[in-house]
Design a protein around this ligand. Structure first.
Ligand code: SF4
Length: 288
């Protein structure tokens, strides 16, 4: 493509020297599968001047059949807890009231660190060592990988936001298996019930994919009904689209028009769940 002057890889784009005047390599892309460095720049960005995003993990060792991310981001790697805490302390000293922990596969944080600590351990340390941080929030997490300490913190610690965005993807067991996800529908429903029972105000959101290869009407019904059964407050609904090189791209595909129609129905169901969630809050506020 003549209009492209340089191609820079995911690792290289984070290094200052890549942009140096002496570096004229037209293609600077190393093998991402060899990447071992932990998140080299912890702050991912700010939004609205109140939330700071801190990237504590990068890469993914899973191989969900629809996903191309591991081939672009490389293996799972974590930033050491000490560095994360120091970074958050700096942000709090700079006036950030809220910090969001992010990562490609956030719940795998720690597996490559000495002693393989779990994400719950990191969250506990942050809350303990940054008492002036008003709110800590987690970005998208894998439902099945929530450890016991993390569950207790989410349901009991008032400075941990009562909000989880779950990577659920589907509500039908056969499709979940074909996606190579590590949970079944019943696991997702049971987790959401436990979370809601322990912290009723918690808002649960989820990523869901409509139109995965071989998805029958019945399987799609199981996807839509997951919103109600998991008491989701909002949904990020995606139409399935094949990514070259992934196993799902080689499975029998559904018609594009059907995928679009199903994604639209899923989005509608999500919008209705959000309306119900907001109406509940309005009603509760009115009663106070
Ligand atoms: S969907 Fe998430 S867990 Fe699965 S391979 Fe992609 S990044 Fe990893």
């Amino acid at each position: 493509m003549p209009e492209v002057s340089r191609v820079i890889g995911n690792e290289e784009k984070l290094r200052a020297e890549t942009y140096g005047v002496h570096d004229h390599a037209r293609v600077s892309v190393s093998d991402i599968m060899q990447a071992r460095e932990t998140a080299p720049h912890l702050i991912e960005g700010f939004s609205e001047r109140t939330r700071a995003y801190v990237q504590v993990q990068n890469g993914c060792d899973h191989r969900c059949t629809f996903c191309i991310i591991p081939y672009g981001r490389g293996p799972a790697r974590s930033a050491p807890a000490g560095e994360v805490v120091a970074q958050i302390q700096k942000l709090v000293a700079g006036g950030a009231p809220e910090v969001v922990l992010t990562g490609v596969d956030l719940t795998s944080w720690g597996q490559d660190l000495p002693g393989a600590p779990k994400l719950g351990n990191l969250v506990a340390r942050i809350l303990k060592l940054t008492p002036d941080l008003k709110m800590l929030r987690l970005s998208s997490i894998d439902a099945i990988e929530i450890d016991d300490q993390l569950f207790d913190l989410i349901t009991q610690h008032e400075r941990l936001a009562p909000h989880l965005h779950l990577s659920l993807q589907h509500g039908d067991d056969l499709i979940l298996k074909r996606m190579k996800r590590r949970h079944l529908r019943a696991d997702a429903v049971a987790l959401c019930e436990r979370l809601k029972a322990a912290r009723p105000e918690i808002a649960l959101g989820a990523d869901l994919i409509a139109g995965f290869p071989t998805e029958s009407d019945e399987a799609f019904g199981n996807l839509v009904s997951l919103i109600k059964d998991c008491q989701l407050s909002y949904v990020h609904a995606f139409p399935f689209s094949p990514r070259e090189g992934t196993p799902a791209a080689r499975m029998p595909q559904l018609d594009r028009a059907l995928i679009k129609a199903r994604a639209a129905r899923l989005r509608e169901a999500g919008a209705s769940a959000l309306t119900q969630h907001l109406n509940r809050w309005i009603a509760e506020k009115a009663m106070r």
